[in-house]
Design a protein around this ligand. Structure first.
Ligand code: GLA
Length: 389
């Protein structure tokens, strides 16, 4: 859906939910992780981009201390008092994310009073495209009025959103929020989560991306994500380093050849995954800049195998799509994306073959030609225009 169409829909839905006009609308694109799986909370490297699918959040201040939260996916608004955390709501429910973020804003004295908040999205939830992060970033900016022009301002927002997501039980890194906040049309982003620097990299017209939905919805609150995060954290502790980013092949070999030094099950796999995945991101950036299409595609497929074999966050459906597409003309490589355990696979395809590639997928396949989206947009709707980017 175009930005304008989605924005108009967001305003209409706000009006019909609350019988009033919103003051402000924030349009937050979804992010697509191209490479760098589970590297972000290990202070590692990621190659990502934003999509033209997005979450739109429309808000208006209320005269009391009530938050009314409405999503177009549900018939009625949820009503909560300021300070409530929504623990009675099911795990993974979108309103729990919203309340966790409102709580973070309240703690920082950034959100006085109550709010009417209406959410409308064309980002599929549970697909690995960070719909929850887009929701959090949009609320942080719409309600918190936080500026987001400089890298430091963006990092501050990302940290607030991360704190909220940790509160709902997902020990995630900063990838999703930083990618959403730094998104740039026609560009991929290289993120270095040790320095939190984000560098845009021009995306060549000769390359296209296709997303295929495995049909399996993932829930990062389900425990698998936390298992991988724990394996990485204990592996770093066993090696005596602050994060797995510090580990080199040489330090690992030295550790493994020292008598009496041992790693617990899963730790060596986590280390080898992060080590090789960081290297793949470095090589991918070079391949993108040099136009080495086959090389870039092969890195995506290697990444999939590493996630599948070392992190066990793939599913038979995701594996099946990656191997089925391999014989389709124009395909360069593919992998799972985001936390894993379901969601989408992302495929790198020669742009000239993208249509033919989509036609060759079996009928009924839920696939879409991903368009690299732009950045975040703040759209004043009525009266108040204090939030500038
Ligand atoms: C989810 C998390 C991110 C990141 C990815 C895996 O999207 O929210 O922080 O860890 O999974 O790379």
């Amino acid at each position: 859906m175009s930005l304008d169409a989605l924005s108009r829909r967001a305003v209409r839905e706000f009006q019909s939910a609350f019988q009033s006009t919103p003051e402000l609308l924030v349009h937050a694109p979804g992010r697509l992780e191209l490479l760098g799986n589970h590297t972000d909370y290990n202070q590692g490297l990621v190659l990502a981009t934003t999509l033209d699918l997005a979450v739109n959040v429309a808000v208006a201040r209320r005269p009391d201390a009530t938050h009314r939260l409405h999503s177009s996916a549900f018939p009625r608004a949820d009503i909560h008092q300021r300070g409530e955390r929504g623990r009675q709501l099911p795990r993974g429910h979108w309103a729990r994310y919203a309340l966790a973020l409102l709580g973070e804003l309240e703690r920082e004295a950034l959100s006085p009073g109550g709010w009417d908040i209406s959410v409308c999205s064309d980002l599929p939830p549970g697909a690995g495209l960070s719909s929850s992060a887009a929701l959090l970033v949009a609320i942080a900016i719409a309600v918190g009025g936080l500026p987001h022009r400089t890298a430091a301002q963006r990092l501050r927002i990302a940290r607030l959103c991360q704190a909220a997501e940790h509160r709902v039980g997902v020990p995630c890194g900063l990838l999703d929020y930083l990618a959403i906040l730094h998104g740039k049309a026609g560009h991929a982003l290289k993120l270095d989560l040790r320095t939190n620097r984000v560098r845009p990299i021009r995306w060549p017209r000769s390359l296209a991306l296709v997303l295929i939905d495995s049909g399996v919805r993932h829930q990062l609150t389900g425990g698998g994500y936390a298992r991988i995060e724990r394996a990485c954290a204990t592996a770093a502790r066993s090696l005596g380093v602050a994060s797995l980013r510090e580990v080199t092949r040489a330090t690992l070999n030295r550790f493994l050849s020292t008598p009496g030094r041992r790693l617990r099950p899963g730790e060596l796999d986590a280390i080898n995954h992060v080590l090789t995945e960081n290297e793949r991101v470095r090589l991918a950036v070079r391949a993108l800049q040099r136009g080495e299409q086959e090389g870039l595609g092969a890195l995506l497929s290697e990444s999939h195998r590493s996630s599948r074999d070392r992190l066990s966050n793939s599913t038979p459906e995701l594996d099946d799509w990656v191997s089925r597409c391999a014989s389709t003309p124009g395909w360069l490589g593919g992998r799972l994306t985001g936390g894993g355990f379901g969601g989408m696979t992302v495929h790198l395809v020669r742009a000239a073959r993208q249509r033919a590639f989509l036609r060759q997928l079996s009928p009924g396949t839920s696939a879409l030609a991903a368009r690299l989206g732009g950045g975040l947009r703040v759209i004043p709707v009525n009266r108040r225009t204090p939030h500038s980017g």
